[in-house]
Design a protein around this ligand. Sequence first.
Ligand SMILES: Cc1cc2nc3c(=O)[nH]c(=O)nc-3n(C[C@H](O)[C@H](O)[C@H](O)COP(=O)(O)OP(=O)(O)OC[C@H]3O[C@@H](n4cnc5c(N)ncnc54)[C@H](O)[C@@H]3O)c2cc1C
Length: 311
Amino acid sequence: MNLQPGIQKIKKAFQVSADVPMKQYTRFKVGGPADLLALPENRQELLAILAAAKNASVPVTVVGGGSNLLVSDQGIRGLVVVTTHLTSEIRSEKETDNSILVCADAGERLSAVCRYTVTHGLTGLEFCAGIPGTIGGAVMMNAGTASQGICKKIQYLDILDLDTLTVKILKKQDLVFTYRRVELDNHLILRIGLALTAGDPKIVQQRFAANVKHKQTTQPMHLPSAGCFFKNPDPKSSAGKLIQDAGFKGAFCGDARVSDLHANYIVNCGSATCQDILALKTRIQKAVFDRYGIMLETEVKITENGGKTDE
Ligand SMILES: Cc1cc2nc3c(=O)[nH]c(=O)nc-3n(C[C@H](O)[C@H](O)[C@H](O)COP(=O)(O)OP(=O)(O)OC[C@H]3O[C@@H](n4cnc5c(N)ncnc54)[C@H](O)[C@@H]3O)c2cc1C
């Protein structure tokens, strides 16, 4: 389908950028141009541009902090909506003596929400220490550690149905979360309510600091990547260990390299392309499958066909 007439219409009517290299919007620093990219600053702007895209049959891709994304070298067809300007003051309110509801807009950095909990002495998000990206992306990915995900803390979500462009509020009991996933296909998360607990600010601060330190010493946080590339096949076996035992630490393809520090990280050592990373991914999958009979699935979201993110 020729998207050009719709793209030109949106370009004329909205403040959008054209042919934007997605490597500027991903932590991997990889990805070709998005036809159009918008950074809406509030719900009104967001809804207006989504309505225009819908009317013009232009596909929409939602991007948060881009810390779990691998974008194709061919880029993304249609409109990319980046949520990082969809922010407002983080707020909290007391629910019971001990339970505090913390509310944030989806584009807020997870690190900012974590900082808020430290400042206000709220416990429950310490396991998120050091995870990059937005709070909306964290919910969409059910981000966390091997043993816990952010889903456990969710009280409610405001979500936008991308088909009907209607807003709904979902309570925690309406949500289905699994490992690194929430069942919300074709929805954009707008706002998040987290149920946290009042704690000792000093202890909260110490736990955050310890978790950040552990992350920095065990994972290559300083190099461009998308975090753990593959999902752990089950709670008892780690993808990183399987990749390491298959002899892949330090393996490379172009500038894409399996980290020496943590074998489940593929890092971009300079000018890796998506093609380099996918070639390395395929070699790792084959080696682990040949050795253990396990087909590793990607945790990273890969955009290969424009418009939609696939695994
Ligand atoms: C150095 C490093 C360390 C990491 N460590 C961890 C870790 O310890 N644990 C962990 O779980 N992850 C980790 N990650 C992965 C990543 O940080 C998380 O998955 C993060 O929560 C993704 O948030 P984001 O805003 O960057 O999402 P993006 O990468 O922008 O998007 C991820 C997916 O969510 C969708 N999405 C984003 N925002 C919204 C929204 N508002 N509404 C609907 N859909 C949305 C996108 O379409 C995409 O499919 C790490 C990544 C890096 C680079």
